[in-house]
Design a protein. Sequence first.
Length: 248
Amino acid sequence: MRDDLLDAQAAVDWAVAQIPRLQGVFLEWQRGCPYRIVQEKDPEGGNDLAVAYQKTPLPRELSPWVGAIINSVRSSLDLLAVTLAIRNGKKPSSKTHFPFFASEQAMLDPWHGLESKKWLSNSERATIKTLRPYKGGDVILRTVHDLDIARKHERLIAVNADVSGVLMLGNWSGWRVGGTKVLQRLDNKTVLGRLRAGEMLNVSQGNTLLAVFIVFSEATFGLANEEVASTLKKFADRITEVIALFYG
């Protein structure tokens, strides 16, 4: 890697290094037994249900932390743009940011689109064009860009805890080696499974394990119930690929 790209890559590397630390805080929250598991009547009839209610909110720092990671990944593209401007003998300014466009047509506009970015060389503009940095283009690049705008100008990134599976040792008929997927996710609870007729749910801290993940609650950006850690790593990997296009 060329030395002038080290800052851009460092922003990505910092973001990646935060992911296990973020997960560490989440795991500490999980150790506090944040769910209450109860037996309930099925409102639609049939056998009783095993249901999990979240009783402890996620740590408040998780949302701004996720946003900071996204911001660092997005900022690496602007640091890349600064490097390209300097390579071409141009002084960096507020205009020498990595270009994103509202549409492909906007990108191709000869007056205000990619061709108007004269601080980029012809080959650099051609490379950026292949990245399709516009709505409807590269999904990952556009999602990172839009999430960062929302984080800076509107609100924190929305994340929550999601129960996807359960392993319950004991007399519950839903027990399987390796656990089982949950039956249904609702707004205020997760239906873990259905009991046998007349069965009593025997829950203790030691015999019940829930598979819980931090997930995005950002349907607007195509991230409804997408696991946070793997998604952030996917973002970082894509930006690293972009930086690598300008090694030469």
